[in-house]
Design a protein around this ligand. Structure first.
Ligand SMILES: O=C(O)c1cc(=O)[nH]c(=O)n1[C@@H]1O[C@H](COP(=O)(O)O)[C@@H](O)[C@H]1O
Length: 288
């Protein structure tokens, strides 16, 4: 999809370029690593840091060479305090060793001066929590994300900014404004940010749920103009199918990275079962 380029001052190939290549080589699937208590129990693991780590490393063993990206859900590690966060650090390091891109699903957003600290945690070289990319919430104002946008560009990392989320409550904020909706403004701001990147895909991605139905058309949101990756959660456990994804995103589908967590994870703890479930989802995303 994207041509390789070394766009960041650090000399690292940009995240958008790396993700575009992974999607072209492996297909448009991200596997969510969401170690819910019920899944840990179903896998015969304890709901503790050791259980989280075994769960996460098993998912990486299964999908590390077939998915374009993995997305650990930070909240489920945070439940276990510092030991849980240490398990997350080791998971992110193992993903990097495996060669699969990581998206830390932290949904961070705060006033700019505090945002700089979140950016340091998730996007700065040398941080034990640094991932290839992180999810961000723009609902304190898009510009409040500036420290993360700039640090990501500097270090060849990426961000995924919540635009139209998959949960039904999201519309009560994101749809406000009709034709000039909050979501549309977020999408336009992300498009502006991607002008600093060359290649096919910029490093400023958006999150648009696979479950949003006709909202993109209703709100006159043009994702094609964004020139960034679209992370689409909601497959499987939240009811969306790969066919829904194609219908919802239309011409922007080549930018879409479908992501699924519970629907794949419930096939564990066997590595083979997880691989089969991920491959089934990937086949649907490729061909439906
Ligand atoms: O940022 C996300 O990944 C996200 C955004 C959104 O709009 N909806 C959404 O479900 N997610 C995350 O995607 C994952 C979905 O999990 P499953 O429903 O089990 O596939 C969870 O970790 C959610 O927090």
């Amino acid at each position: 999809m994207a041509e390789p380029e070394a766009a960041s001052p650090s000399g690292r190939e940009s995240f958008g370029s790396r993700l575009g290549r992974a999607m072209a080589e492996r297909g448009p699937l991200c596997v969510g690593i969401d170690p819910h208590p019920a899944l840990l129990a179903a896998w015969g693991l304890n709901d503790d840091a050791a259980g989280l780590e075994r769960f996460s490393l098993t998912v990486l063993e299964a999908v590390g060479s077939l998915a374009a990206a993995v997305k650990p859900q930070v909240a489920l590690y945070e439940r276990h305090g510092s030991k849980g966060m240490a398990a997350l650090e080791r998971t992110l390091a193992a993903a990097a060793d495996t060669g699969v891109l990581s998206i830390a699903d932290a949904k961070r957003g705060d006033i700019g001066s505090t945002m700089a600290a979140y950016a340091d945690a998730w996007l700065r070289d040398g941080s034990s929590l640094a991932a290839d990319s992180v999810t961000l919430s723009p609902y304190l104002g898009f510009e409040s994300l500036r420290p993360a946008l700039d640090l990501a560009a500097e270090h060849g990392r990426g961000v995924f900014i919540l635009a139209l989320t998959s949960n039904p409550e999201g519309a009560s904020v994101q749809h406000v404004g009709g034709r000039d909706s909050v979501a549309r403004r977020i999408v336009e701001a992300a498009a502006g940010e991607n002008q600093r990147y060359g290649g096919t895909l910029g490093s400023v991605g958006l999150v648009v749920g696979a479950t949003v139905g006709t909202a993109l058309a209703d709100l006159h949101v043009d994702l094609g103009a964004v020139r960034g990756p679209i992370l689409a959660p909601g497959l499987g456990a939240q009811g969306a199918t790969p066919a829904d994804l194609r219908k919802t995103f239309g011409a922007a589908y080549p930018q879409v990275l479908g992501t699924s967590s519970r629907d794949i994870l419930k096939a564990g703890p066997g590595v083979r079962g997880l691989q089969d479930a991920a491959t089934r989802t990937l086949d649907g995303l490729r061909t439906e």
